[in-house]
Design a protein around this ligand. Structure first.
Ligand SMILES: Cc1ncc(COP(=O)(O)O)c(C=O)c1O
Length: 396
């Protein structure tokens, strides 16, 4: 390479799935048929009226130009009424909501908008890897806080209080939590908000999973006083099967939203008008949409539990969200070996928990984004794999 890359790139590695999926594609190209149970990209379709709004909208003339940096009024108003009906939280659609191209985009913009080099960012372990990579790209120091099974994956406020919080500017939380499927304890969130006020840091709740297998959706703004020190990211990716459409938003106090717009308005030039109209349509679908969606996910979840039973893993049957998080048995020494064994000998790809941090080392994460037929096939293959493994052990 004649031109050297920027030094900031030395702080990040290629995303695990980017390289692993390349390996899996190569194996499939050579004749294998590996079932991908790893990725949280919904296989189900968006509601037909949503697709219709996009396709019909795209036919119109005069809507193909740049759109407002703040999103169209119709979309912000739909987000506001969705927040009211789903979470019982009110936002001014004019000033307290900023549509985004997915919540992942928001993680970058929020970091760029608030972080100076040398600031500290608190991130969960286990947690979504983007929080740390984006922070490090911005020159921040990341400190992890533990989410442990022994503590039902809740924040341990006492141990966070003992950390050096003097340089903490941002803290990422993500409830309902990916990958563990934990829902938050409201008392703990209340205590966290108190802590953030005392130490002057901003909490961002990354909230894309709040509608999956959950009866009462959580928002950090359900806690009184949260607006002074919190923002929330949300997204249509998982809740409305629209991951590829890239539609999300950030909501919170208008001054924080203005600050983020300072970055966003320099990064893109708005979203395609029919896409925003379709997003508004999706947000106004009502509860029947979620009832049907969750019926399917419930069936898939119980099949994935069976899959983990076969692998002698343990898990919380009450977990929520788009994945199943399971602890591998103590007699398995090497999780990576198990993941590769499953790829090569059962043709099933399940995510190793360690990519979410050191606290994920003894865990696996399987996605609910495979249909029942494929999960059944994975079950059959893993059964055969276990039998072959047993026969091999007995022959020794
Ligand atoms: C915890 C978490 N946050 C954010 C995202 C990104 O979602 P979006 O598609 O809205 O950018 C994901 C995607 O998998 C995720 O798991």
């Amino acid at each position: 390479m004649i031109i050297s890359k920027a030094e900031r790139l030395n702080s990040v590695k290629e995303y695990y799935f980017s390289s692993k999926l390349r390996q899996i594609k190569e194996l499939n190209d050579k004749g294998m048929d590996i079932l991908n149970m790893a990725i949280g990209s919904p296989d189900l379709a968006p509601h037909e009226t949503v697709v219709e709004t996009l396709t019909q909208g795209a036919i119109n003339k005069g809507i193909h130009g740049y759109q407002s940096y703040k999103g169209i009024d119709t979309l912000r108003e739909a987000i506001s009424s969705y927040y009211q009906s789903a979470y019982d939280v009110s936002f001014d659609p004019k000033q307290e909501i900023l549509p985004l191209m997915g919540s992942k985009e928001g993680i970058t913009h929020i970091t760029q908008a608030f972080i100076n080099p040398g600031d500290t960012v608190l991130i969960p372990d286990p947690g979504y890897p983007t929080y740390s990579s984006v922070s490090e790209l911005a020159g921040a120091k990341t400190e992890v806080y533990d989410l442990l099974e022994d503590n039902n994956y809740q924040l341990n406020i006492e141990s966070i209080e003992k950390m050096d919080l003097s340089k903490v500017k941002l803290m990422w939380i993500n409830f309902p939590h990916m990958p563990t499927g934990a829902e938050p304890d409201m008392e703990v969130i209340r205590a966290l908000i108190k802590l953030a006020k005392a130490h002057k840091f901003l909490i961002i709740n990354d909230n894309p999973y709040s509608r999956i297998l959950i009866d009462k959706p959580f928002s950090i703004f359900q806690v009184e006083g949260a607006e002074d020190v919190a923002l929330e990211l949300n997204s249509l990716s998982k809740s409305h099967n629209m991951a590829g459409w890239r539609l999300g938003w950030v909501c919170g106090k208008s001054s924080y939203i203005e600050t983020i717009l300072g970055i966003k308005s320099n990064a893109d030039s708005g979203m395609f008008y029919p896409l925003q109209m379709a997003a508004a349509k999706a947000l106004l679908l009502g509860e029947e949409w979620f009832r049907e969606l969750n019926e399917q996910y419930k069936k898939r979840q119980s099949l994935i539990f069976k899959l983990f039973d076969l692998l002698e893993c343990t898990y919380n049957p009450e977990q929520v969200g788009l994945f199943v998080w399971a602890r591998i048995p103590d007699h398995i020494a090497n999780v990576e070996e198990l993941v590769d064994d499953l790829i090569f000998n059962a043709e099933v790809f399940i995510t190793p928990g360690k990519i979410f941090g050191k606290n994920g080392e003894r865990y696996l994460r399987a996605s609910l984004c495979s249909n029942e037929q494929n999960i059944d096939l994975a079950l059959t293959r893993i059964k055969a794999f276990k039998i072959a493994q047993k026969e091999k052990e007995e022959a020794i």
